[in-house]
Design a protein around this ligand. Structure first.
Ligand code: MN
Length: 418
């Protein structure tokens, strides 16, 4: 696949994250206007509500773009998603019939505020990166017992909170919580001291499954609407004390950031790749009939307040042991109904090298080996005022499919009410 040319000049630059091949879906507003659906193209946004009002885009099955979320479109399913993409390409391609009819509805990204692109129904987070699971397991249980006995058979997950999923650019308040130092008799309560990121990709479920009705991995793949970058902020000291036996609770409930543009499966199609070789055969209900993972370069930067950012990790989504389709099929396997708007976090994405670790817990080996930033400062975990930015892009031949950025700045913990 090569670059598809558009009459929107900025979309043809090899550096843009949003060529015609991409067309990711977001929600935007400009001064004093209501948030509504938009599509990124080059450095512009196509105002979908305006295009709909002018009759330039109509979905056969109904659906609306004058809304602050894409959920209506998501529910319509894969045929409508394909029709919509085909129509957008027809309107925006280099030899489009009437560019002058569409041009008035382009808004400069520089003048727009971006909002949550969807209403998140529920949020589930997985633990499906093998290098991450090995690193964390080695730290806590030693290399022989690093992987729990179920890990090679089940995509392990926990049910998280949709209420605290926020869009890139939203500040994150350092959580308070209960912790216990290993040598202390009693736990204490106060601001988290070991605040961390988790570099993840979020899969967005487009079509629902019925209660009591499992889905195959192929059906699960068809249900997925698209992908976003996801930062599963984690309070390691709170997590260490609370997590057994039911898994993380408050340690991961305070915030999850996502990037503002939903990159569709269609845009990522040329970058499909297989999950790594199985070390143990999977049970039939989890086997992938075709490649369902993607080759997406990922990176993380950290910037102390008012200072330059340092890249602290580079890795790739192709390192996941389980794909989002496998995770979704597993999630529905009990008969759990999956809902349009559900968000599934991949689990922390780490590669085999030290420079490829997707959390500070791993980068600093539990805080024992602080990293040094370009500013000369060191960090074991995140300090107040630090800004963490996740970026991601699939690299095509002369173009890329970018995800935009997933940015969050940490603000001080609030004083607990008396
Ligand atoms: Mn996570």
């Amino acid at each position: 696949m090569t670059l598809m040319k558009s009459w929107v000049a900025s979309a043809n630059s090899p550096d843009t994250q949003f060529p015609l091949n991409n067309l990711p879906y977001g929600v935007f507003s400009t001064n004093g206007t209501e948030p509504r659906c938009g599509v990124a193209i080059g450095d512009m946004i196509l105002d979908m509500a305006a295009c709909e009002a002018e009759g330039l885009i109509t979905l056969d099955e109904g659906g609306a773009f004058d809304l602050p979320c894409w959920n209506d479109v998501m529910e319509l399913g894969p045929e409508v998603w394909s029709q919509l993409r085909a129509r957008l390409i027809a309107l925006l391609k280099e030899d489009a019939a009437e560019p002058e009819a569409v041009a008035p509805f382009l808004v400069a990204q520089a003048e727009a505020d971006l909002h949550m692109p969807l209403l998140v129904s529920e949020f589930t987070d997985f633990y499906a990166g093998k290098h991450h699971a090995m690193n964390v397991g080695t730290m806590f249980r030693g290399p022989e017992n690093a992987l729990p006995p179920n890990w090679l058979h089940i995509p392990i997950g926990y049910n998280g909170r949709a209420s605290s999923v926020v869009v890139s650019g939203t500040d994150v308040v350092r959580p308070n919580g209960q912790t216990k130092a290993p040598d202390a008799d009693m736990p204490s309560f106060g601001p988290c001291k070991r605040l961390d990121i988790e570099l993840e990709i979020g899969a967005i479920v487009g079509t629902s499954s019925a209660l009591g009705q499992p889905v195959s991995v192929a059906q699960a793949d068809a249900m997925i609407f698209g992908y976003v970058l996801l930062n599963d902020w984690s309070a390691r000291d709170i997590q260490a004390w609370e997590y057994q036996p039911l898994g993380p609770f408050q340690a991961k409930a305070f915030a999850t950031s996502i990037s503002p543009w939903i990159v569709t499966k269609a845009a990522l199609e040329p970058f499909r790749t297989t999950t790594p070789e199985r070390e143990k055969d999977l049970l039939p209900y989890l086997r992938e009939p075709s490649p369902m993972l993607y080759d997406i370069d990922l990176s993380v930067t950290m910037a102390p307040k008012g200072q330059a950012a340092t890249t602290i990790a580079r890795t790739n989504y192709n390192q996941m042991y389980y794909s989002a389709a496998q995770q979704l099929a597993h999630h529905a396997s009990s008969g759990c109904a999956m809902t349009s708007g559900d968000l599934l976090g991949s689990g922390t994405i780490s590669g085999p090298e030290k420079s490829e670790r997707g959390s500070l817990l791993e980068m600093t080996w539990g805080g024992k080996e602080p990293i040094t930033l370009a500013t000369g400062e060191t960090r074991s975990f995140i300090e107040d005022g630090d800004t963490l930015t996740l970026s991601g892009a699939a690299q095509g031949d002369g173009y890329k499919i970018g995800f935009g950025s997933c940015i969050g700045t940490i603000t001080p913990a609030v004083k607990f009410p008396e």
